[in-house]
Design a protein around this ligand. Structure first.
Ligand code: FMN
Length: 377
């Protein structure tokens, strides 16, 4: 006989529950959209701690790995707003990591203050080399190591790295197992659906990574040849989450608070990894965890600050290259953002940047509620 119970919770009780654990313990499913939405709206879900292997994070939003963009200067900017549980580095080659000098390396570098929340992502196809790189990362005191099985650029896939390894699940699992044996820090795996639009493949891969010792997964539900043109299939995140017992971070096309809420409620993922939107609005994590309201002045301040931080951390040529890449996504915030982007693109050096930003923001540019997707590929 099926009995229907109505449980009444006060707002405080509901807000402090780990609702997914609650459901498992009591073997019930909380279907009430009101309760789920209430938990989410209080921002409490995103501020609930989450265990990842031997460590915990205090917020369930993470900065996804972004080559060239998720650099040390950008992460310093994001850290000023807070609201995230982890920051992921740009992807680093496992061949070079063991010998890199962190003070001159373009991507294997960090500020001491961010070590406890920084995960270094590595790519490679040789299990022993990957293990050696992971050992270096552990010895540097970073939070954890992530394995890249998601990058589908030709340069990476031609070397049988990144998403190319999803075609070789035995080798991919062997890499995870070897890295697991080498280090005790949290080990995460970031991967995509695979090379065919088949959720079963992703679910199978997720199980293999868990069995090989991964502590958490970041899953981007797009097939590998599809860079970001089609919508990601969030339903697959739900399937992956159901198939494993380790935390799963959903990823792909979270552009505003409503997207984040829907991804969590629809897929029951344990957390969300945000990439491009963090570049467009580096305060997105603080906004989503409820500590900050964005205002128009923040756009000008963030761009000016990033220009300053890039000059501190990089030589002038590297700094302007990185600022131009940032400007591509940042310009998507504005209705007429292309005028900002084309001017930044023509800038000869960092000295040109501040006057361009000043002139643009003096005109009170209209901010779009969601980014202009033409700039968001
Ligand atoms: C410019 C750029 C660089 C990226 N670099 C990496 C990378 O180094 N490693 C990785 O696993 N994913 C990388 N990605 C993929 C992102 O981590 C993320 O999966 C993707 O952007 C979807 O998330 P989003 O919709 O929140 O941006 C990159 C994406 C972009 C746009």
């Amino acid at each position: 006989m099926c009995r229907k119970f109505t449980l009444k919770f006060t707002t405080n009780v509901v807000g402090s529950l780990d609702i997914w654990a609650f459901q498992e313990v009591f073997r019930i499913e909380v279907r009430s959209p009101e309760i789920l939405t209430m938990i989410y709206n209080q921002g409490k879900y995103l501020r609930q701690p989450l265990k990842i292997g031997s460590k915990s994070i205090d917020k369930r939003l993470i900065l996804a790995p972004l080559t060239f963009l998720g650099n040390i200067a950008f992460r310093e900017l994001v850290s000023q707003y807070g609201g995230y549980g982890l920051l992921y580095s740009e992807m680093c080659s496992a061949k070079t990591v063991p010998h890199e000098n962190r003070f001159v390396s373009p991507c294997f570098r960090w500020r001491d203050e961010e070590r406890s929340r920084l995960v270094c992502q590595i790519f490679g196809d040789d299990p022993s080399r990957m293990a050696e790189a992971a050992r270096r990362i552990e010895s540097e005191g970073l939070f954890g190591v992530d394995i890249n099985f998601g990058c589908s650029t030709t340069t990476i896939c031609r070397r049988n790295c990144g998403a190319a390894l999803l075609k070789h699940p035995d080798l991919a699992a062997a890499i995870v197992a070897k890295v697991r044996k080498a280090v005790s820090i949290p080990l995460t795996v970031k991967f995509r659906t695979g090379w065919q639009d088949d959720a079963g493949i992703a679910v199978d891969l997720a199980g293999r990574f868990e069995d090989a010792g991964a502590d958490a997964l970041i899953f981007h539900p797009r097939v590998a040849p599809d860079r970001r043109s089609r919508r990601p299939k969030w339903a697959y995140i739900g399937m992956v989450k159901q198939a494993v017992n380790i935390p799963v971070f959903g990823n792909g096309d979270v552009f505003d608070p409503d997207d984040c809420r829907r991804m969590i409620l629809e897929t029951k993922c344990d957390g969300v990894a945000i990439g491009r939107m963090a570049v467009a609005r580096p305060w997105i994590f603080a906004e989503l965890t409820g500590n900050l309201q964005s205002d128009p002045q923040m756009f000008a301040d963030a761009a000016t600050q990033l220009a300053r931080l890039l000059e501190i951390h990089y030589d002038p040529v590297a700094a302007i290259k990185r600022f131009k890449r940032f400007a591509y996504y940042f310009s998507a915030n504005f209705r007429f953002g292309h005028s900002l982007y084309t001017k930044i693109l023509k800038a000869g050096n960092m000295k040109d940047v501040n006057p361009i930003l000043k002139r643009f923001f003096e005109q009170d540019p209209e901010v779009a509620a969601r980014p202009n997707l033409n700039y968001f590929s």
